[in-house]
Design a protein around this ligand. Structure first.
Ligand SMILES: Cc1cc2nc3c(=O)[nH]c(=O)nc-3n(C[C@H](O)[C@H](O)[C@H](O)COP(=O)(O)OP(=O)(O)OC[C@H]3O[C@@H](n4cnc5c(N)ncnc54)[C@H](O)[C@@H]3O)c2cc1C
Length: 558
């Protein structure tokens, strides 16, 4: 049997980040990936090779913000392995039905000047609002970059600036209570409190709803942070597409002797008589031995309920199976993904079209109510396609290398239900989705875009439409949830995915968790991978690791 120190289930970007840290520390690592390409929701693929050769598509993630809130890119020196980030500016363009438009630049001042064309009050409020969320971000980012139950790690991440910002947010009883209220209220309430103009509130609500919840949902107001992140640290895309991040990680992993095997879906975690994870078995029966640990890049529900023998789980923690089944919330909302090869960019002629407006994200969000409908209906199993709200990018404006000369690509994210209500047991995997339905919905989405960019239909050379059911199957994600589990406050930090398995460890010795379903959650950040690697290494050499940490911390503050 092939044997390694660590076997990682899944080569998503978090699995690869985790592997990179472990390899750098001298462990031998094997990553087993179910798909024929590694990267999970972080790939760039020539997905329309027959109809539109030479066009490269980000099949999932495209806009990277959270990774710039942590040290992964610098610590792993990913630029040495070919990663180059291109920062977007402008960062958001949202045309409004009344002819106004919101144009967000990386500079707050320039953004305020755009808002002031329509409302001086909202422009001034925008500066204050952004300042508040940037201070909140600075106060909590150190928590993102540490295992959530490791006080020493968390405290060690705080620098003077973070502490000052934390004090400015929670210094004093009233400020603290106000901050608490902001954490438990909804994006809609926060936006109504600060702003008057719909042309501004609608795109901010649309970005907040990227958490996968409607803007009215209480406890998700932190989604307001999504726009402030685009100012600082900024929003960037790897040159060549998101897959370039995966490629850089792969180069690093391989250069350190790591092994990545594709088309190897893991079926079972092997657990010995001492209740310790000692390896995995893949489809076809081959087994791989893990001498020091097995790390899962897939969600806890699939891991424990499908890959761990139930008697082993029961003897490790008799309550865990029930809690995984019933306590974890994974709502019904996911994405219908549309990728198009274009002969020219969509032109927003009625909105002072400039190609540079398309460098960042284009949002079709007519009002907060429009965004509400897009997410609330999806959660109820209905397709919100009577008046679609969209998040789209034209990546080739920033990075022409992703299409043949002069041509473009279009990336559209349309929130949609995984399971269509009333269609249970039909279509792909019983979800109700069929080829005919997904194409009908895609036509409506393109029709809506054509209301703003009338040239879009004749610009499409070819398109690829992936239903939520197909996306879920491709990613191996439960109900197509690309955050593995919901990103609501009740499942964050030391509650993610459940308190007893929130620190990347599990009741089964030698079995660890990483990935979007662990702290601090989904999106391209690499933080779950890095944090998990820390916990794993700590479990191997607890004392020497702590001493090394202490020395590093003292060096950094002196
Ligand atoms: C359409 C879409 C758009 C998105 N846009 C953005 C964006 O713009 N910005 C952003 O920050 N985030 C975005 N996200 C979210 C982000 O991509 C994910 O949250 C993130 O990539 C998750 O990374 P991960 O490594 O934790 O997990 P994953 O990428 O899900 O990786 C898990 C890996 O495990 C593999 N696997 C599954 N089962 C098995 C098995 N049995 N055996 C072996 N391997 C297995 C999978 O194939 C996969 O490679 C988007 C997601 C989607 C779907």
């Amino acid at each position: 049997m092939e044997s390694y120190d660590v076997v990682i289930i899944g080569a998503g970007h978090n699995g690869l980040v985790c592997a990179s840290y472990l390899l750098k520390a001298g462990y031998t690592v094997l990553l087993l990936e179910a798909r024929s390409v590694p990267g999970g929701a972080a790939t760039t693929e020539e997905a329309l090779r027959d109809e539109a050769p030479g066009f490269k598509f980000n099949l999932c993630a495209i806009d990277h913000e959270f990774i710039h809130l942590g040290p992964v890119v610098e610590e792993l020196e990913l630029q040495k392995y070919g990663l180059e980030y291109l920062f977007c500016d402008p960062v958001v363009f949202c045309p409004h039905p009344d002819g106004k438009y919101f144009l967000g630049h990386q500079s707050i001042e320039k953004t305020c000047a755009e808002i002031a064309r329509y409302s001086d009050r909202d422009a001034q409020k925008y500066a204050e609002f952004t300042d508040y969320w940037q201070r909140v971000t600075s106060a909590i980012a150190p928590l993102f970059n540490a295992p959530p139950q490791s006080i020493v790690d968390i405290l060690g991440n705080y620098r003077l600036e973070n502490l000052q910002n934390a004090l400015s947010v929670v210094g004093g009883v009233n400020k603290t209570l106000d901050w608490l209220r902001n954490m438990i209220t909804s994006p809609e309430d926060i936006l109504n409190e600060w702003f008057d103009s719909e042309f501004l509130k609608a795109p901010l609500a649309r970005l907040a709803a990227e958490l996968g919840t409607p803007p009215s949902q209480k406890t998700t107001a932190i989604g307001a942070m999504m726009m402030s992140l685009r100012h600082n640290p900024g929003m960037a895309r790897p040159k060549g597409g998101t897959g370039a991040l995966t490629q850089a990680l792969l180069k690093l992993v391989k250069s350190k002797g790591g092994v990545v095997l594709c088309d190897q879906p893991v079926q079972q975690v092997l657990i010995d008589d001492n209740h310790r994870a000692v390896g995995v078995k893949v489809l076809g029966g081959k087994e791989y031995r893990a001498n020091k640990g097995v790390i899962s890049n897939i969600d806890a529900q699939r891991l424990f309920l499908q890959m761990v023998d139930s008697s082993a789980l029961d003897s490790a923690d008799p309550n865990l199976e029930e809690r995984l089944k019933r306590r974890i919330v994974n709502n019904n909302e996911t994405i219908l993904k549309i990728d198009c090869a274009l002969s020219e960019v969509p032109r927003f002629e009625a909105f002072n079209h400039q190609d540079e407006y398309l460098i960042g994200t284009v949002l079709i969000a007519d009002s907060v109510a429009h965004v509400e409908q897009a997410h609330a209906l999806a959660q109820m199993g209905q397709i919100p396609d009577s008046d679609p709200s969209l998040y789209l990018d034209v990546p080739t404006v920033l990075d022409p290398s992703m299409a043949p000369f002069g041509k473009h690509t279009l990336w559209i994210e349309f929130f949609a239900p995984y399971q269509i209500a009333g269609a249970e047991g039909t279509g792909f995997n019983g979800t109700g989705w069929t080829d005919e339905l997904k194409n009908k919905v895609a036509d409506r989405v393109i029709d809506k875009l054509a209301d703003y960019a009338p040239n879009i239909k004749q610009a499409i050379i070819a398109r690829r439409v992936e239903s939520p059911a197909e996306l879920g199957a491709r990613l191996g994600a439960d109900k197509g949830n690309y955050y593995h589990i919901d990103m609501t406050l009740d499942q964050m930090i030391f509650l993610r995915p459940l308190p007893e398995i929130a620190n990347y460890t599990t009741p089964i010795k030698g079995l660890f968790l990483t990935g979007a379903g662990t702290h601090p959650g989904g999106s391209i950040s690499g933080m779950p991978g890095r944090n998990c690697a820390r916990v794993f290494m700590n479990s191997q050499q607890p004392f020497s690791h702590k001493v090394k940490d202490l020395i590093n911390y003292l060096k950094s503050v002196v």
